[in-house]
Design a protein around this ligand. Sequence first.
Ligand code: SF4
Length: 245
Amino acid sequence: MMPVTGRIHSLETCGMVDGPGIRFLIFTQGCPLRCLYCHNPDTWKRTGGKEVTAHEIIETARKYKNYLLASGGGITITGGEPLFQADFVQALLLEAKAAGIHTAVDTSGFAPPAARKAVLPHADLVLLDIKSAVPALFKKISGVSITYTLATLNELKEWNVPVWIRHVVVPGLTDKPEDAEKLAHMLKGYPNIEKVEILPFHKMGEYKWEQLHEPYTLKETEAPSDELIHNIRTIFSRTMNIPIQ
Ligand code: SF4
């Protein structure tokens, strides 16, 4: 059988924030979204990064297996958008599973049905990034429609895949209490959601936009205050009976 290949941007052996425990992070190359606050615009180009086989990546991850398992961790496939290379990511998940390593996929959920089906039922955990529950705002932030992400959310429930939701709070964009209420109420109907992570906007990737000669429109936007983050988390806690971080 031909080895399954794909393109990755990079690997990191000690991720602490992308799933439980310590994570071996695989940054896939290529993303069809153009989120205004993206901190990895260097992963956008489908043809960038380097070509690797799924097998060699999981062989590398296996070297850290004991250390990952001892921390309750595993591998997290992030990007870029992992669903953009569905066959490759499916192969990574199946090999990791065979090696006894916990798997997580960090995704925007923006992918056609076949790609979603090929990948997501094989993940032990999905970190689903929801930009907004307001369709026009979702489009403004990401450049794409909310439709695929909503379909992904429904399928993950149907397939009973554990989900952690991630939502970035950007002053002037996603800081309205009524929009947070709308998202919290929407998510309430999904018993497979285990946690919601409210993430403060930051500008750590701004220099990459400059290097790529891409216009960074959030130059003047400040990071949200602790109070704003607290208030948004409180809105979610009032509506959803799960950990809100
Ligand atoms: S989905 Fe992720 S990688 Fe793609 S543009 Fe948005 S933030 Fe960047």
